[in-house]
Write a protein that binds this ligand. Sequence first.
Ligand code: APR
Ligand code: PHB
Length: 394
Amino acid sequence: MPKTHTTVGIIGGGPAGLLLARLLHNSGIDCVLLESRDRAYVEQRQRAGILEQGTVDALRESGAAERLDREGLVHDGIELRWNRRAHRIDFPALTGGRRVWVYAQTEIVKDLIALQLTYGAPLLFEAAVHAVEGADTEEPLIRYTHEGRDKTLTCDYVVGCDGFHGVARTAIPDGVKRTYEHAYPYSWLGILADVPPSCDELIYAHSPRGFALHSMRSPTVSRLYLQVPNGTDPANWSDERIWDELEARFAVDGDWKLRRGPVTAKSVLPMRSSVTEPMRYGRVFLAGDAAHIVPPTGAKGLNLAAADVIVLARAFARLKDTGSAELLDAYSDTCLRRVWRAEHFSYFMTTALHTDPGQSPFATRLQLSRLDRIAASPHAAAELAENYAGLPTV
Ligand code: APR
Ligand code: PHB
């Protein structure tokens, strides 16, 4: 018999909801997590793979980093390519020691689900929330369907970690809520391939044919992306066409070679930016993609989601320990400062490296000048490195 009341009702079992449940559990705060999809679906959904130091620290402190510490790949830099040349951005040297980890979001989700089901508070799969009511009352209510029945969960607080298409955002009245959005005139075609990566660190390539990114999932699995027009059907991209295009976009002087292998997954991702303010209304809070979306070029989506729930869990712990709601009241402003910095960085990385349809030669020259500047100036490179490797959580 599922509980009908909890302290914190969490909607959504992506990385934001799962990490929040873990952090609250560790602080002795009662919560219930409702996820609309089944476990297999949530564990297979392909997403990003770069973790900032702050995200790794939080996973470690919460006791969820055992496999991450064994299997995660530590990266001390990225490579930028343009005009057939390559330039490495050295994170520790430029940021006073910060680095990033390559460990897929799917694996974090698997690790957190396993812990939650073994030790944590209730986690219900196939529990689809259809309404959040009474945000401005003492006891907000979640309406959801589980095992074919309509159910309710009353809460002291509700946290919407239900992603871009979630329902929690609708609990903030239209007169209060403001959404800022930007759409990009291109998408990414992403592949997974059973082939060792052709590089030790990620490669972000600007080219006259459009952007390309070489990432990885493990020493034997590569993850690669190509800029494609909006509306692209992956079925129109044969494996051979994808590899040829990747090869052309990554081309540099010297003897670098792109390894090809069997493509095991292929999908098209939209690119958009969006922020909803405020991230709290009454007793309902938004965290992660429910409140903000970034294009994946800066590798910030997952890290922003983690940062939100770290701030929120700390605020709930303060309330429990001292009775002070000061941190909870500051939640939206605290998070939005970081969110807008990441929005700007993601927009910068995207527009610096992609080619707009019909882009003027003048605009291309400006892009190349910007990239040349990053290669020439440690200050310009440090600005990129600090943002990429991650700013401190608060
Ligand atoms: N009821 C219950 N669960 C829901 C509902 C609903 N009405 N709507 C959505 N969900 C669930 C989704 O099925 C999903 O599992 O909420 C979860 C949201 O998870 P994510 O979309 O992964 O969002 P978040 O946890 O904020 O993580 C952000 O995801 O999109 C990437 O790049 C982004 O890496 C970042 C991360
Ligand atoms: C990924 O590995 O999926 C990835 C890495 C870096 C990005 C985006 C995606 O900027």
